[in-house]
Write a protein that binds this ligand. Sequence first.
Ligand SMILES: [Zn+2]
Length: 243
Amino acid sequence: MFILLNIKPGKDRRHYLAKIPENIRNYIIKRIDGNLFHDYLPKNKSLKILIRCSKCNLERQSKAFDIIHKKSTLCSSCSQKEKWKEEDFRNKSIKTRKTEGYRNQMRESVIKSELWKEKQPIRKKSLKKYWEKIRGYKFEDIEDVWYIYRKTVYKMSGKSYKKFRNLINPDNLPRGRNKYHLDHKFSVLEGFKNNIPLYIISHSSNLQMLKEKDNISKDFRCCITKEDLFKEVFGTWRLSYGY
Ligand SMILES: [Zn+2]
């Protein structure tokens, strides 16, 4: 699944590369978007790169910014092993693991993950069925297109938000983890299924602020109909705000 980002080398990007220690740079194989790792890093925080563990040679994905901050090439299992060699860390971990609270937590999470695993094939099956039956092609065949659609919608929505921030988020609610998310009233997945143009899904009238918890429980459901969406974009919104 490759996405080509239009990245031009610039001063600010070289600045990020300068933060990566020389010894780590050699382990970076390539960026996940298929381009080779050039002499600069993009500013994109979530951009994934392929990196080789300097200890066990495992190739893994990582985020560009993680490499800068952690300043380590170790994979998670190697870095865990390293940590356990430290006596302080070992004593602390063993102590917390012996408490009743920790055990209960583990028990719960094991049960939860078992349940999730059980349901996973059913979810995948129904999704595949949906694409084959209703859309006439296999999900694997359009996975890339869906990925590009989603990515572009997020990009364009970010621009809409910047431009119409006062309308979308008039109370200036904080955005981020455990805070508020920028939500699409008519969901991105439904937009993709219905072949709705990118600019309509990313339109400022389709954006709202939602608490993280509510957004996760909303999943890919819509809180408005397709008709409402078009009415908003071409009617009400334009009439009241002039665009
Ligand atoms: Zn390793």
